[in-house]
Design a protein around this ligand. Structure first.
Ligand SMILES: [Zn+2]
Length: 121
């Protein structure tokens, strides 16, 4: 069940079964991240995956923004109650899930920010 695709520079690349499995596991996680986003404005969103603030119990939200020229995404989580926040999590460059060509840069940055926040909660 290996799969061969053409890379952007035209050279063929074959994914092994193990690579495809790891990729599918990652995509399954990212689809959960995406499905849990609430009131996504394109710059901010709530997420059902975010735990309450460890300091005040408030509801937290995600801020995210792209770098110019496809240089990546940055995301952080901020508490709406006491405004404590995580430091910024980066996803540098543009990340494409090659078997489908899907751009997953934004979701990877958001997933990192959620993981950082939930470790503190
Ligand atoms: Zn708080």
């Amino acid at each position: 069940m290996s799969k061969t695709i053409e890379l952007p520079d035209g050279t063929p690349h074959t994914f092994t079964d193990a690579e495809l499995e790891r990729g599918e596991a990652m995509m399954a996680r990212l689809r959960e991240v995406e499905a849990a986003l609430v009131d996504d404005t394109g710059q901010t969103a709530y997420s059902e995956q975010l735990l309450p603030c460890p300091f005040c119990g408030g509801r937290a939200w995600i801020q995210y923004w792209p770098y110019p020229d496809d240089m990546g995404y940055e995301a952080r989580v901020v508490c709406g109650g006491c405004h404590v926040s995580t430091s910024r999590d980066y996803q540098s460059g543009r990340t494409t899930y090659l078997p489908t060509g899907e751009d997953i840069t934004r979701l990877l940055a958001i997933e990192k920010a959620i993981q950082t926040w939930n470790r503190r909660a």
